[in-house]
Design a protein around this ligand. Structure first.
Ligand code: F6R
Length: 357
């Protein structure tokens, strides 16, 4: 039930801090550590490569998951768009392990890859919001998102829940391998939940920014580097699928290799800056497009922000920044769509779960 909310999407955006806390609680053991079933970590530690397979928003969370599995658990990881897998299959040697990311657990493109993977005899984990869903039943292991039903077609809380569960999984793997990379995951995810709440409390400001930066525009760009690039891809999908503004998420440094030709007077470019090692480079790219007329809007994390930035986000552990930075981009998409008068929860041409290939 959406209760007093005008749209499910806003309700589901608002639920994200509670979802983070719920995930901590569901995955915490009696000693307070985050754990997943031991047979799962055992199977994953036998693997020499992980392949993440997903579509759409789940594909975008997969990129953040790759970062965790490589940085925290130290296992080489690839990310695949499910519908491309058959045509561009990865070279499978040694002991691959597959992770299917799917909110619904029913996506046909992902399922057809799982069917192949099981034919080949490789182990598979499904991370899903729906217990008993097809991809959950057909995989060897399941981790649940514990996000509660997601009704709005545009996925919000499933994206952040997927990233949080991938962080939990990586942390559990790292712990078994004897390195946690210095992240106290329970503590840091708790900080993320509070930061999300602060961003959501500031939604009026984001509604104003949506008016200022995404008025009658036909196109827009989100840019970032590293983890901020992954969020840019998701931010762009969210904006385009409900507001119909043609939006691209771009690696900030790649823009100058062609796409910058599209920047003209007033083109909105929204930049995400949360990673210290690349912040000055992304700022350089913001200047590049601003000098060509772009209407730039910077979302920067405290510590890396300056007073001209449009949104200053609370500080969280940089590795977990995507969980927090995606929230204002979800709200931007929501308000840009509301201001255009479209049905936020039911964008044209789309269904909640895509059960055809
Ligand atoms: C976008 C969106 C879709 C889904 C995609 C995969 O907001 O919801 O891109 O993420 O269709 O769906 P699942 O995760 O159910 O496999």
């Amino acid at each position: 039930e959406k209760g007093t909310y005008p749209y499910y999407m806003l309700k589901e955006i608002d639920e994200q801090p509670a979802v983070m806390r719920n995930i901590i609680q569901k995955y915490q053991n009696a000693e307070g550590r985050l754990t997943v079933p031991e047979e799962l970590t055992t199977a994953m530690l036998e693997a020499d490569r992980i392949h993440i397979v997903a579509c759409g928003t789940s594909y975008h969370s997969g990129w953040v998951g790759k970062h965790y599995l490589e940085k925290i658990a130290q296992i080489p990881t690839e990310v695949h768009v499910a519908s491309e897998f058959s045509y561009n299959p990865p070279l499978l040697k040694g002991n691959p392990f597959f992770i299917f990311l799917t909110q619904s657990g029913e996506t046909a493109d992902s399922r057809q890859v799982l069917v192949k993977v099981k034919e080949w005899g490789y182990p598979a984990l499904t991370i899903t919001n729906v217990a008993g869903s097809t991809l959950s039943r057909e995989a060897d292991y399941t981790l649940l998102l514990h996000a509660g039903p997601e009704i709005a077609v545009a996925s919000t809380k499933a994206y952040t829940a997927q990233i949080a569960v991938l962080a939990v999984l990586s942390d559990a793997l790292g712990a078994r391998m004897g390195h946690d990379m210095g992240i106290d995951m329970v503590h840091e995810l708790g900080i993320v939940a509070n930061a999300m709440e602060a961003v959501i409390d500031d939604k009026e400001r984001i509604a104003e920014l949506a008016d200022i930066y995404l008025p009658n525009t036909r196109n827009a760009f989100y840019i970032g580097r590293g983890l901020d690039y992954f969020v840019s891809m998701e931010a762009a999908l969210k904006l385009k699928e409900i507001s119909y503004i043609q939006t691209e998420g771009f690696a900030a440094g790649e823009l100058k290799h062609g796409t910058i030709a599209l920047i003209e007077e007033g083109t909105p470019v929204l930049a995400i800056i949360t990673q210290a090692d690349v912040a000055s480079h992304t700022r350089g790219n913001v200047e590049e497009v601003r000098s060509r007329g772009a209407n730039t809007c910077v979302f920067a994390m405290e510590g890396l922000a300056n007073e001209n930035d449009q949104i200053i986000l609370p500080a969280v552990h940089p590795a977990l920044a995507p969980l927090m930075t995606v929230v204002p981009t979800q709200l931007m998409a929501y308000y840009a769509t509301l201001h255009r008068g479209y049905d936020v929860d039911k964008p044209r041409n789309l269904a909640k779960s895509v059960t055809v290939e």
